[in-house]
Ligand binder design. Structure first.
Ligand SMILES: Nc1ncnc2c1ncn2[C@@H]1O[C@H](COP(=O)(O)OP(=O)(O)OP(=O)(O)O)[C@@H](O)[C@H]1O
Ligand SMILES: [Mg+2]
Length: 360
């Protein structure tokens, strides 16, 4: 039997994790505690260091600084196989000449698990991902989603203390991605597993994770629950990543507690007010109001609001997504229930609780 690390750990402590490639800092001091049983999503744009972080945790890539501990035991100097984590790669990386069963049992055979127990544990993993009917097939005979399920079963068959997944759904079509998302959550709960899940898709992170870690340029920007990240991004960059597609420059007109009215526009152009919540006390004159398209609404002309000239509308089933321009040329994205004509002028108001005002 191979050394099994920390099956009953309480906390994975990552402290000051760093990784350089030449002069380039792919990871620049990442610190994070992950509790047993948690589902943590690492979220961030391409190149921010998500895969590098995951590979360092797995032991596939040596760190150039920092430590990783399971409770009190330092593990960052252990080999990959000594850490005993389960890994699901974006590319699946199944063995093409092995059946589904043999792929799933691979890690157990490597660990010298005896025949009867091996068989029992493979059966359990096959059933968990609902692949009983396909167990005798080769990967080449499976659909993308089925291969993905085999990759997940292979990672969890060894009953790892930690499951690491690197964008496992990115190769799947939209429908299958939704189905697999639910499967991954179900398997996580059923196994009582601890999962670290890398994605650049905010919706995936919001729906799957107990806690989201937003990364940028090799650093942690914000850690919080899905609701915290969704409702109150800490700065404009995180807001941008969390779907606040409109970022409108202006200056503060009034501030009362959290409530800020912002004159959208620049000097020399007519300015009009939108209202939101202050994200920092002591906001300056120059601010940016960030708001999702769904949190802007068209209201009657004459009421205070932002006048926008419609440039484009797209049918979205339930309604329309429109793009327009303010008097000073800022682009505005908003949702509207009925069709608009190009060149129409609409008067927009923001949901004052959902629009967020940041220092410029
Ligand atoms: N082997 C390497 N040599 C040099 N630079 C590397 C190497 N691996 C990664 N990098 C750089 O480190 C940075 C982080 O890469 P990483 O693969 O962790 O990004 P990511 O967040 O996973 O991005 P993506 O969403 O595109 O997968 C990138 O700028 C990348 O170019
Ligand atoms: Mg990556």
């Amino acid at each position: 039997m191979m050394l099994q690390t920390g099956q009953n750990f309480r906390t994975l402590h990552i402290e000051g994790m760093a990784r350089t490639f030449g002069d380039f800092k792919a990871l620049n001091g990442v610190s994070l505690d992950i509790q047993r049983g948690e589902f943590v999503a690492l979220l961030g744009p391409s190149g921010c260091g998500k895969s590098t972080a995951l590979n360092c945790i797995a032991g596939l890539l040596p760190m150039t600084g920092g430590t990783i501990r399971l409770d009190d035991q330092r593990i960052d100097l252990l080999k990959t196989e000594e850490r005993g984590f389960g890994m699901v790669f974006q590319s699946y990386a199944l063995f093409p000449h092995m059946t589904v069963r043999d792929n799933i049992g691979f890690g157990l055979r490597m660990r010298g698990v005896p025949g009867a127990e091996l068989s029992r544990r493979v059966d359990a993993a096959v059933a968990l991902v609902r692949m009983q009917e396909q167990a005798h097939k080769l990967p080449g005979q499976l659909s993308g989603g089925q291969q993905q399920r085999v990759a997940i079963a292979r990672a969890i068959a060894i009953e790892p203390s930690l499951v690491l997944m690197d964008e496992p759904l990115s190769n799947l079509d939209a429908k299958l991605r939704l189905e697999m998302r639910q499967e991954i959550r179900r398997i996580h709960l059923q196994q009582g597993a601890t999962t670290v899940y890398v994605t650049h898709d905010q919706e995936e992170a919001l729906s799957l994770a107990d806690r989201i870690v937003v990364m940028r340029d090799g650093q942690v920007q914000q850690v919080g629950s899905p609701a915290e990240l969704h409702d109150l991004p800490i700065d404009l960059a995180v807001a941008d990543f969390m779907g606040f597609r409109n970022r409108l420059a202006g200056r503060t007109l009034t501030q009362q507690g959290e409530r800020v009215t912002v004159a959208i526009g620049s000097a020399g152009h007519p300015t009009q007010p939108l209202t939101g919540r202050a994200r920092r006390s002591g906001l300056g004159e120059q601010v940016v109001l960030a708001v999702r398209p769904d949190d802007l609404s068209v209201q009657p002309h004459g009421l205070p609001g932002l006048l926008v000239t419609v440039e484009l509308t797209e049918y979205r089933g339930r309604g329309f997504q429109a793009t327009g321009k303010t008097a000073d040329g800022q682009t505005v994205y908003f949702s509207v229930g009925h069709a608009l004509r190009i060149g129409d002028t609409v008067n927009l108001a923001s949901d004052p609780d959902r629009a967020l005002v940041y220092p410029a």
